[in-house]
Write a protein that binds this ligand. Structure first.
Ligand code: BTN
Length: 328
């Protein structure tokens, strides 16, 4: 992770806002109120961090942004363009974006902030599982929220994220994915994305929530460990095409934040019908494991709290969490 100075951030913002245009050294030096040498030095530093700025002899500097780079200054400018005041951090390698985002949250990071990892050495899945994170192939990120909601509502963030991912994948790739309750994104019964929402709560409210999303984007099936090759897939595996991770990340971010604000103002009803439409668990016979119990039944629907209604043949159970398997 690099910490950028205010001058570097301003330079990044100007170049981003006029991407593709050659901007002269004197224009940049006047805009920032610093010397041309200082501009050149800061451009050099930005370049070393992977910011795609190039100098054109005797003309100036240009940002050549291919939509591939996950550089934090590009991400931060992109999310600000979407109306967020969040910050963005990028790590070449880190244990888990969840862990790092929780540290930033404790230090006061604003809502809408993003932590992105090129690879994770201890990617965290649900129920103490791990999340395989091959470098440069997938999207691994955590998003910080500070909702005024009671602690029980964390599940709604999970459902919201699942729906946002499905819709974003469709918008970026035309591939139609569905949801296994609560928030596994599937393509043909294979998992393409996992979501983990964690929150720090007081007795009656959420202090902050961190929504972690892992999407298998350009990963070849051989890059997954053998034990998950039968159950995991990627956008590349399905279509044999590669996709821009940044475009997908920003689409997920935008879709999620829009739905999130709608939910805060109008409640879960604002997205329950779209969620149910995408959720292939509903109407299926399933098994659900929760702690030491294994339950069987038909999934009948979702409650207003995002819980699953399971009819066992004898009774209707309302289940707030658990691991679901779709049965034939
Ligand atoms: C699951 O078990 O399905 C949830 C997987 C969540 C993985 C993502 S990758 C980005 C974020 N950081 C983590 O350590 N986990 C989540």
């Amino acid at each position: 992770m690099t910490d950028f100075t205010p001058n570097q951030k301003t330079l990044g913002a100007i170049l981003f806002s006029r991407s593709g245009e050659v901007l002269s050294g004197s224009f940049l030096s006047e805009s920032l109120g610093i010397s041309r040498q200082a501009v050149s030095k800061n451009i050099g530093i930005l370049r070393k961090t992977g910011f795609p700025v190039f100098s054109i002899e005797r003309k100036g500097y240009v940002l050549k942004d291919s939509e591939e780079s996950l550089h934090p200054l590009l991400l931060e400018n992109e999310i600000q363009r979407l109306g967020s005041s969040g910050k963005a951090w990028y790590f070449h390698s880190l244990p888990s974006t969840q862990k790092v985002m929780k540290e930033f949250a404790k230090k006061g990071a604003p809502e809408g902030s993003l932590v992105v990892g090129e690879t994770q050495t201890a990617g965290k899945g649900r129920t103490a599982r791990s999340w395989v994170s091959p470098a440069g192939k997938g999207l691994y990120f955590s998003l910080l929220l500070r909702p005024s909601l009671p602690p029980g509502c964390v599940q709604l963030l999970n459902l919201l994220a699942g729906l946002a991912v499905c819709q974003s994948i469709e918008e970026c790739t035309t591939l139609f994915c569905d949801l296994k309750w609560p928030n596994d994104v599937l393509y043909g019964n294979k998992k393409i994305c996992g979501i983990l929402s964690e929150a720090a709560t007081d007795s009656d409210s959420i202090r902050y929530a961190v929504v972690g999303i892992g999407v298998n984007v350009n990963t070849a099936i051989t890059e997954f460990p053998e034990e998950i090759r039968e159950t995991a897939t990627s956008l590349y595996d399905i279509s044999k095409k590669t996709f821009s991770r940044r475009r997908l990340l920003l689409k997920i971010y935008d879709n999620f934040i829009q739905k999130y604000h709608l939910m805060l103002s109008r409640g879960f009803d604002s997205f329950l019908p779209s969620y149910e439409e995408r959720c292939s668990t509903i109407g299926k016979n399933i098994s659900l494991s929760y702690r030491d119990e294994l339950l069987y039944g038909k999934a009948e629907g979702i409650t207003k709290e995002g819980a699953l209604i399971l009819y066992t043949g004898e009774e209707r159970l309302i289940l707030h969490s658990g691991d679901v398997r779709h049965l034939r």
